[in-house]
Design a protein around this ligand. Structure first.
Ligand code: AP5
Ligand code: MG
Length: 186
C-alpha cells in the first residue's frame, strides 16, 4: 500500500506512521526526520536546510523532491511506503504523482489527522524540539494552512482522503487508522 499521512505539526503523524509501518511491514519516510538526521550528520544539505526548520518555514521543493526520488527507488519501497510530512505543497504532490505514474504506481490512501490547536500546542511544548517554541509553532501552523491544506483538497478531489480524529490515546487513534486502512484493503 502507498499511504500519505497529513496533518498539522503535532497531530501525531510520526507516532502513528511508526505503528502502521510495523503493522504493514512497509517503510516509513518522514522528510522532517531525514532533514534533521542530515543536519546531525553534518551533511551539506542538512546544514543548508536547518535555518528553514528552525524558522518553521518549508524547505524548498527541489531539496525535498531530491530526497524522495532517491528513496522511492530503493528496493524496500517496491511493495509500498508510508509518507509522513510529504507532500506538503501542491508542487510536491503533483511531482509525486508524476514520479509514481512513471513507475505505474499511485497513492492508495491519504490519512488526514485532525486535532484541536490547543492540544497540538500542548503536545509540542511538552516535547520541546528546537522548532517547538511558541513563535515557531505559530509559523509552522501558518505554513500548514497556506501551503499544505491545498494538498488535502488536491487528494480529496480524487476521493483518497480519510479524515481521522487525532485526539485520544495513541491506541485509540491507531484503531481508527486501521479501520480506514482495512477499508482500502490492499
Ligand atoms: P516535520 O518533522 O514533518 O514536523 P511537523 O509536520 O511540523 O510535525 P511533527 O513531526 O512535529 O509532528 P507529528 O505530526 O509527526 O506528531 P508526533 O507523532 O511527532 O517537519 C519539520 C520541518 O521540516 C518543517 O517545518 C519544514 O521546515 C521541514 N520539512 C519537512 N518535510 C518537508 C516537506 N515535505 N517540504 C518542505 N519542508 C519540509 O507527535 C508530536 C508529539 O505529541 C510527540 O511528543 C508525541 O509523543 C506526542 N503525541 C503523539 N500522539 C499523541 C497522543 N495521542 N496523545 C498525546 N501525545 C501524543
Ligand atoms: Mg513528525
Amino acid at each position: 500500500m502507498r499511504i500519505v499521512f497529513m496533518g498539522p505539526p503535532g497531530a501525531g503523524k510520526g507516532t502513528q506512521a511508526t505503528r502502521l509501518r510495523d503493522d504493514l511491514s512497509i517503510p516509513h519516510l518522514s522528510t522532517g526526520e531525514v532533514l534533521r538526521e542530515a543536519c546531525r550528520a553534518g551533511a551539506k544539505f542538512g546544514c543548508q536546510t536547518s535555518a528553514y526548520i528552525e524558522a518553521g518555514e518549508l524547505v524548498p521543493d527541489e531539496t525535498i523532491l531530491d530526497i524522495v526520488v532517491e528513496r522511492l527507488d530503493q528496493t524496500d519501497c517496491q511493495t509500498g511506503f508510508l509518507f509522513d510530512g510529504f507532500p506538503r505543497t501542491v508542487v510536491q504532490a503533483k511531482e509525486l504523482d508524476r514520479l509514481l505514474g512513471e513507475r505505474n504506481l499511485a497513492i492508495d490512501l491519504v490519512l488526514e489527522l485532525v486535532i484541536e490547536i490547543d492540544e497540538l500546542i500542548l503536545r509540542l511544548s511538552l516535547r520541546g524540539r528546537s522548532d517547538d517554541t511558541e513563535e515557531v509553532i505559530q509559523e509552522r501552523l501558518q505554513q500548514y494552512d497556506v501551503l499544505t491544506r491545498p494538498v488535502i483538497d488536491y487528494y480529496r478531489e480524487r476521493n483518497l482522503v480519510e479524515t481521522i480524529c487525532g485526539e485520544g490515546t495513541p491506541d485509540e487513534i491507531f484503531a481508527r487508522i486501521k479501520v480506514a486502512v482495512d477499508k482500502v484493503g490492499k
